[in-house]
Write a protein that binds this ligand. Structure first.
Ligand SMILES: Cc1ncc(COP(=O)(O)O)c(C=O)c1O
Length: 391
């Protein structure tokens, strides 16, 4: 951590997001830094939990693996969805017992499966025959759920194609699990990350419910439905609040699946994104020719140092400056690296103050998820995103 706190007093009336903003406004940073408010993570956990009812929450560690976040959620009773050995080790080191960790990546190294099993993890995701054999050999007798592919999703950050298997494979995989001595517990899916409204789950839930029904008719006694992530964060477009959203999703689940004995939800973004803000800086403002209509604004953070989700301009971050009282104009926003792919927004330009210049501070809200984990170690020599967690 390279931050210098100049003065840091936060009135109690400030909402938790403002705590991160307040900290940034009172601090000088010598590199782009993500500031995460742990109190807000805890409040969001409670809000989601209230809406999810009896569904167990497995925090998707990949969204933000800051040890302080894992420790706090472990203390609050959360479970964890881990994607690798490193994430499992992290959860264990921060006080989460193995029985509260599921291995949700469908693409696992054999050695990671063996490690997970050896430390006591017993719940694994699968979407392919070879993976099922790997689990049977390295985690004998474990519980598995089959991940179902999701089509036609309305999410801003879709997770289609690469993950899950199609309807015609699901029954085969459930059967294979049983024949290999595994416990085929149920199904999972992911509606797509940043699914802004609960109503957008309808189509996906219909698809999965049809497969669930097929499996039941084929005699499989499914007891677990894992509804994955998809819970949204506020990036400027209207979203439902966390409790209402989760409650509305659960009502749709109940209507289609009835009283499933065990329900799991794996929020990542919806749990941590709004708790974090990035402190960044303008490095250059320029035009490419004397009569160029486009103003280019280059930041000290880009696609390779934390803002990867600007890919295809999918996630639209908002930007706060110290000149927000000035008139604004459109600009092409880009990162600092020597790669022409490092342009954040061009198709839909961002409107920023006309007086913006090198050295000006930029605050980017709702950055607590999928930023620090997406920062390259040192592309072009720029350091990865620094992280400060406010207790
Ligand atoms: C298996 C799994 N579960 C949960 C999540 C978290 O999704 P979200 O951040 O949309 O809540 C992801 C994200 O990639 C995932 O792959």
């Amino acid at each position: 951590m390279n931050a210098y706190v100049t003065e840091f007093s936060v009135p109690e009336s400030f909402s938790p997001v403002h705590r991160a903003e307040q900290y940034i406004r009172n601090t000088r940073f010598d590199r782009p830094t993500l500031v995460v408010d742990l109190e807000q993570v805890a409040a969001q956990y409670d809000a989601l939990k209230a809406g999810l009812g009896r569904a167990a929450m497995h925090y998707a560690v990949k969204a933000n693996p800051a040890p302080e976040i894992i420790a706090k959620l472990a203390e609050m009773g959360s479970n964890f969805d881990a994607a690798s050995r490193a994430e499992i080790e992290l959860c264990l080191s921060q006080g989460a017992p193995a029985e509260r960790i599921s291995f949700g990546n469908t693409i696992k190294r054999v050695s990671d499966i063996a490690f997970a099993y050896q430390v006591g993890v017993r719940l694994f995701a699968v979407d392919a025959e070879e993976e099922m054999h790997k689990i049977a050999e390295n985690a004998p007798g474990a519980d598995v759920f089959v991940r179902v592919i999701v089509e036609n999703c309305d999410a801003d950050w879709p997770l289609t194609r690469k993950f899950g298997c199609a309807r015609d494979k699901v029954l085969h995989l459930l059967e294979l699990a049983g024949s290999l001595g595994l416990n085929a517990k149920g199904l999972s899916f992911h509606v797509g990350s940043q699914t802004r409204q609960a109503a957008m789950w309808e189509n996906t839930l219909d698809q999965v419910a049809a497969i669930w029904q097929d499996a039941k008719e084929a005699g499989f006694d499914l007891s677990l439905l894992n509804i994955g992530g998809g819970f949204p964060a506020f990036y400027g477009d209207e979203i439902q609040g966390p409790t209402d959203y989760a409650r509305a999703v659960m009502a749709q689940v109940q209507a289609r699946f009835g009283d499933v004995p065990e329900l799991i939800a794996e929020p990542g973004r919806g749990l941590v994104a709004e708790a974090g803000m990035i402190a960044a800086e303008v490095v250059l403002v320029s035009r490419k020719s004397e009569n160029d209509l486009s103003r280019w604004v280059y930041l000290d953070i880009g696609k390779f140092s934390g803002l990867a989700e600007t890919m295809d301009e999918c996630i639209r971050y908002q930007f706060l400056t110290d000149r927000d009282y000035e008139d604004t104009g459109p600009c092409i926003l880009a990162g600092p690296s020597c790669d022409s792919a490092d342009v954040l927004y061009e198709k839909r330009p961002v409107h920023l103050p006309l007086g913006l210049k090198s050295g000006d501070r930029i605050i980017i809200p709702s950055c607590g998820a999928y930023t620090s984990t997406y920062a390259s170690v040192g592309f072009n020599g720029f350091p990865p995103l620094d992280v400060v967690v406010l207790p």
